[in-house]
Write a protein that binds this ligand. Structure first.
Ligand code: SAM
Length: 379
């Protein structure tokens, strides 16, 4: 028989399963036990509901070697996240209790349990369901019934496996845990055999556990007093607009690029293309720059850049009203009030004396200088 090949690869199907579970249930705090090369964490870090992501593995070297894939890139500083996101990796054993793993909405254990010796597995189940007690747990493990379709010469799929269970073994283990720790469990899997193959189940069998009760504050607080045993290998905080400095940066980027465009359009209206002017016959030229300028000053209460007051000239400077910038929906959403926008702009750009507008000095060619000066004095 042809050895079976999965497309997408089986590991990718397991990650996809978790990703779609996350998208459906939208947990904020997620931990992956036995995270190994952090591949699942890497795929989860941009699910937009997750604010805290934690990985635990007993292999410190793999965490040190691969943890970098979870660190922010330059683009993340240029485009900070809307939500907050911290990522932490711990070196430690899943058979040990550490308060860092309390209060999680989802904990995943993908192809972990079959690597645990019987005594470690027993401690692990109590640590996971009794101590960590997350709202839900996803556990995947090989289904040994499927092995007949794999081209393996050894009895186990991996030399480090301590056991491989058939469906009945996995399900009776999972159901007895669910009973003991007051969880509900459902079974599914990924990696299907062709339809003509007799019923062997999924290649990776999966148990999804959901907690049936809400833990009391007192019980959680008691657990918080446990001594920390996990060692932090990586802790990164992603740039996010939840942090004042990044919020300010995002608001300034949007508002000032908008203000700059308003200013540029305003100048264009005042001085349409110079070459138009040079190509014109003398009699076609307008008599004076000043009259053209006056005729192009915006009169509408709505600027072309959106709702709000139009830009205007005062002294030798263009003023772009803050109200116009506050009318940009994203700026309004991020700032909430005009005063907040004003405070963010203060010190970053010149504001008018009363703080109601961004002020740009009018820089023009030398030959227009005198026209402008006379216009200014005429105004
Ligand atoms: N979950 C990973 C994935 O899906 O890409 C792969 C897991 S790998 C097959 C099993 C991992 O479990 C290894 O990285 C191993 O170091 C880790 N492991 C084994 N015993 C452990 C223990 N007692 N505590 C924490 N991690 C353990």
């Amino acid at each position: 028989m042809e050895p079976i090949r999965f497309r997408p690869p089986l590991y990718e199907q397991r990650y996809e399963f978790v990703k779609s579970y996350v998208d459906t249930h939208r947990p904020k705090k997620v931990a992956d036990l036995g995270c190994s090369e952090c591949s699942l964490l890497h795929r989860l870090k941009f699910r937009d509901c997750i604010e805290e992501l934690v990985g635990v593995d007993i292999d410190k070297d793999v965490l040190k070697r691969k943890g970098y894939i979870l660190t922010p890139l330059a683009i993340h500083y240029l485009e900070p996240l809307e939500r907050s996101l911290t990522v932490t990796l711990y070196h430690g054993s899943v058979s040990e209790k550490d308060p860092a793993l309390l209060g999680f909405h989802l904990i995943t254990c993908i192809e972990l349990i079959e690597h645990l010796e019987t005594d470690v597995l027993e401690k692990f189940q109590d640590v996971l369901f009794g101590f960590m007690a997350p709202n839900s747990v996803v556990i995947s493990t090989p289904n040994v019934e499927f092995n007949v379709l794999l081209s393996k010469k050894t009895s186990f799929r991996h030399p480090d496996h301590k056991f491989e269970w058939n469906r009945k073994e996995f399900q009776s283990w999972a159901m007895s845990i669910a009973r003991e720790y007051n969880y509900m469990v459902e079974f599914t899997g990924v990696g299907e055999a062709k339809s003509e193959i007799k019923d062997v189940g999924f290649c990776s069998q999966i148990g999804i556990f959901s907690k049936n009760y809400a833990e009391s504050e007192e019980s959680i607080n008691n657990k918080r007093n446990y001594k920390s045993v996990y060692k932090k290998v990586l802790h990164v905080v992603y740039p996010s607009i939840q942090q004042e400095k990044y919020l300010r940066k995002v608001v300034l980027n949007i508002a000032l690029s908008h203000a700059n465009r308003i200013k540029t359009n305003f100048i264009h209206n005042l001085f349409p293309e110079d070459e138009e002017k040079t190509n014109m016959a003398d009699h076609e030229k307008e008599p004076c720059v000043v009259s053209r300028w006056l005729s192009t000053l915006p009169t509408s209460a709505e600027s072309e850049e959106g709702k709000g007051k139009p830009p205007f000239l005062e002294g030798d400077a263009i003023h772009v009203p803050l109200e116009t910038l506050f009318a940009i929906p994203k700026v309004k959403k991020l700032c909430g009030s005009l005063d907040v926008l004003r405070n963010m702009m203060n010190g970053e750009i010149t504001l008018s004396n009363d703080g109601s507008a961004v002020v740009y000095p009018l820089h023009v060619d030398d030959d227009l200088d005198s026209d402008i000066s006379s216009l200014i004095s005429a105004c």
